[in-house]
Write a protein that binds this ligand. Structure first.
Ligand SMILES: C[S@@+](CC[C@H](N)C(=O)[O-])C[C@H]1O[C@@H](n2cnc3c(N)ncnc32)[C@H](O)[C@@H]1O
Length: 198
C-alpha cells in the first residue's frame, strides 16, 4: 500500500468556501486537490492501492484530516472543483472519530501525530525533502508512506514530531517541486520498480 500525507498548513477547516475561488479563499486547498489528482489518477483508471491523508490545519477548526482510500473511492473526477465539493461535504460531517462521508472518503479530527502514529504501525515512513537520499538509490518495501508539505515546508515542530517515527528522508533531486508534482514523481518511481515496492 502506498500512502501520502500532505500538510495543508493554512487549508480551511470549515465548509464555508466557494468552489469558484479555490485559490483565494481556502488557504490553498487547491494545492491539496491537485495532490489528490496526482495520487490517484492514471490515464483511464484510479489507483486502488493508494491512500492520501490531507491534513487541513488552517482556521477555523483545525485539525481536520480527510483520508481518501483508492480501493473504495467513488465519484472522484480529475477536476479540482468536483474534488473540492467532496471535501466540502466531508467538512460538513459532524460527529466523533473517523466518519465516512462518501465512498472512500473519511473525515476526522486526528492531529498530525495521531495520523503518523496510526500509519507507522503498518507502513515505513519516508520524508520527502530536497536534501534527502536520492529516491533512485532508496529501498522500498510493499508499505510506504510519504510525508510532504504544501507550498510551505514542514515547520521545525512538524519535523520534530515526524522524527519520532524514524522516517527515511528521500529526495527527488535538488530542485524544489510543487507538492503534486512530487507525488507524481514518487508514483512513477515506484511504478517502475513493480509490485512489492510501495
Ligand atoms: C512546494 S514544496 C515546499 C516549498 C519549497 N521547499 C520551496 O522552497 O519553495 C512542497 C513540498 O514538496 C516536497 N518537495 C519539494 N521538492 C522536493 C524534492 N526535490 N525532493 C523531495 N521533496 C520535495 C517537500 O516535502 C516540500 O515541503
Amino acid at each position: 500500500m502506498r500512502k501520502f500525507v500532505v500538510l495543508g498548513h493554512r487549508a480551511i477547516t470549515s465548509a464555508d468556501f466557494k468552489l469558484d475561488d479555490l485559490c483565494g479563499s481556502t488557504g490553498r486547498l487547491d494545492i491539496l486537490l491537485r495532490c489528490v489528482n496526482s495520487a490517484f489518477f492514471l490515464s483511464h483508471a484510479i489507483r486502488k492501492d493508494v491512500e492520501i491523508a490531507l491534513m487541513l490545519l488552517g482556521e477555523p477548526n483545525p485539525p481536520k484530516t480527510v483520508r481518501i482510500d483508492g480501493s473504495e473511492v467513488k465519484y472522484l473526477n480529475p477536476d479540482e472543483r468536483s474534488t473540492a465539493a467532496l471535501i466540502r461535504n466531508a467538512l460538513l460531517q459532524k460527529g466523533e472519530g473517523e466518519r465516512k462521508c462518501s465512498p472512500g472518503i473519511y473525515v476526522s479530527e486526528r492531529n498530525y501525530r495521531e495520523v503518523l502514529s496510526n500509519i507507522s504501525k503498518e507502513s515505513k515512513i519516508y520524508y520527502l525533502k530536497e536534501d534527502g537520499e536520492d529516491i533512485r538509490d532508496a529501498e522500498f518495501g510493499p508499505d510506504c508512506t510519504f510525508v510532504l508539505g504544501d507550498d510551505q515546508d514542514l515547520t521545525p515542530e512538524e519535523e520534530e514530531i515526524l522524527m519520532d517515527y524514524e522516517p527515511k528522508k528521500v529526495s527527488l533531486g535538488p530542485i524544489s517541486y510543487h507538492a503534486d508534482h512530487c507525488i507524481t514523481l514518487v508514483n512513477n518511481e515506484l511504478d517502475r520498480r513493480g509490485p512489492g515496492s510501495g
